[in-house]
Design a protein around this ligand. Structure first.
Ligand SMILES: *Cc1c(COP(=O)(O)O)cnc(C)c1O
Length: 461
């Protein structure tokens, strides 16, 4: 949808390609190093134990695809803050746009006195989300808040109560969204009572269920019909590629079939593109890969390169269902976050980041195929663009039970961290290793990381 790009004035081009952090892997101390260990001790005294960190190295600077910690170690970042720094760490246009906006106005509250940047972001979202129809948006602060608002809008529009999600889904950590996740641990255990009227339908998991898209959709629809009943169902919320669930790519035709059933039954179908959106998969929105045009689309993570911003965007008649004053929030659509988002859209266009995502997919999947030929614990390779994962199984079970191998994933993540590569796990059973780099990750750095990964596989017993 690049033809609908709306240019912005006065944001300088990538001036600082001179980079504040060299794009390389470099380990100069133990990991974590002494200064990180001091900070960890301070943190443990004052930060809730409920907030954990994958790798407690304290980051001082970040640029492009590299994190530099307080001890001078440099890490190739294959997590990108869970798909947030898609346009790279500290991209020049975004940094400049946010700095300029900070000098002009930091906050007014759009629901008191509005400003242009909010409107500009809504225009860009209308232009770049799937579907050629009139669209409107509301801007909020976080992904979970976007999910909550999507559900509110769908309920108001339909006058119905029930919310459906899919197995292996992840939608957030607020009260409603923790009821929408598949996994109780760590998201909901002990935090109840959970919100009611949330239904978990069976999904499509080609690697394990062997169903076609049509068969899997029939199973999902059968569940929704029998257990919920379409006349009570306000919305079905689906990640086009599941994030925390392990970068699940559903069987062909699955998503359009579900949308067809939703449309026929007056159910609002919502794409949670919080992790998969904003150019990450080589399209602005992953739904596009699967021929799916959702009614509403949720955007967050990658939209503003780290500034907290999220959106619900979709069919104007649905988005207008709320009475005036029904949607909002103090910080929603903050002007600095909006200026950053406008600059992210510009960066994607001007620097060809959609093509970069496709380049990353090609390099990464070719390298992972080479590793699969060598290590039989690699059961599945899946994903799109810079959202690729491998699912690991116990040795000797790839052709039989496909027994999940979470131990191998933890060992690889730990091994790679010591070598200066940050990988993240995922998956219902913790047996998925995901690659979610910024679109600035070069082929050279990917090959370097694949070498580390090869060593990590070789070191498994
Ligand atoms: C991260 C995520 C959320 C929640 O977003 P927050 O900003 O952490 O609230 C919701 N859905 C998906 C698919 C996500 O990846």
């Amino acid at each position: 949808m690049t033809d609908t790009w709306i240019p912005v004035e006065s944001v300088p081009a990538e001036s600082a390609e001179s980079a504040t952090v060299p794009q390389e892997r470099r380990i100069v101390t133990a990991v974590p190093g002494p200064r990180s260990q001091e900070l960890q001790a301070r943190r443990t005294a004052v930060v809730s134990a409920g907030v954990s960190s994958v790798l407690p190295v304290y980051i001082e600077r970040a640029h492009g695809a590299v994190l530099e910690d307080v001890d001078g170690n440099r890490f190739l970042d294959f997590g990108a803050g869970i798909g947030v720094t898609t346009a790279g760490h500290t991209p020049a246009r975004v940094v400049e746009a946010a700095a300029a906006q900070s000098r002009d106005v930091l906050h007014t509250l759009f629901t008191i006195t509005p400003y242009e940047e909010y409107v500009h972001v809504a225009e860009l979202l209308a232009a770049h989300t799937p579907g050629d129809f009139a669209k409107k948006s509301v801007l909020v602060n976080s992904g979970a808040e976007a999910v909550e608002n999507g559900v509110k809008i769908a309920r108001k529009h339909t006058g119905r109560r029930a919310v459906a999600v899919l197995d292996h889904a992840y939608h957030g950590r607020t009260n409603l969204t923790m009821a929408m996740n598949y996994k109780a641990m760590p998201y909901a255990t002990g935090f109840g009572p959970l919100a009611g009227d949330v239904y978990h339908a069976p999904s499509s998991y080609p690697y394990r269920d062997g169903l076609t898209g049509e068969e899997a959709a029939a199973r999902t629809i059968g569940y929704l019909d029998k257990v919920v009943g379409a006349s009570d169902l306000a919305c079905l919320v689906v990640e086009p590629i599941q994030g925390e669930g392990g970068f699940m790519v559903y069987a062909d035709g699955y998503l359009p079939s579900l949308q067809g059933w939703c449309t026929a039954n007056g159910v609002v179908m919502i794409a949670d593109e919080i992790q998969s959106g904003m150019a990450r998969t080589g399209a602005y929105y992953a739904s596009e890969h699967f021929g799916w045009t959702p009614d509403l689309v949720l955007t967050a993570k990658g939209i503003a390169a780290g500034f907290p911003l999220a959106a619900v965007t979709g069919r104007a008649e649905i988005m207008d269902a709320s009475h005036p004053g029904g949607l909002g929030g103090t910080f929603g659509g903050n002007p600095v976050a909006c200026a950053a988002a406008v600059a992210v859209f510009e960066t994607i266009e001007e620097e060809g980041l959609l093509a970069e995502a496709r380049r990353i997919e090609a390099t990464l999947t070719a390298g992972l195929e080479r590793l699969r030929a060598k290590y039989d614990v690699i059961g599945d390779i899946r994903g799109r663009g810079a959202m690729i994962a491998i699912e690991l199984v116990e040795p000797g079970t790839a052709e039989t039970t496909k027994a999940p191998n979470a131990g191998a994933v933890s060992a690889i993540v730990a091994h790679a961290a010591q070598q200066g590569v940050l990988f993240l796990s995922a998956g219902t059973w913790g047996n998925v290793l995901r690659f979610l780099p910024s679109l600035r990750m070069t082929d050279e750095l990917i090959e370097d990381a694949l070498g580390v990964l090869d060593d990590a596989f070789a070191a498994l017993d």
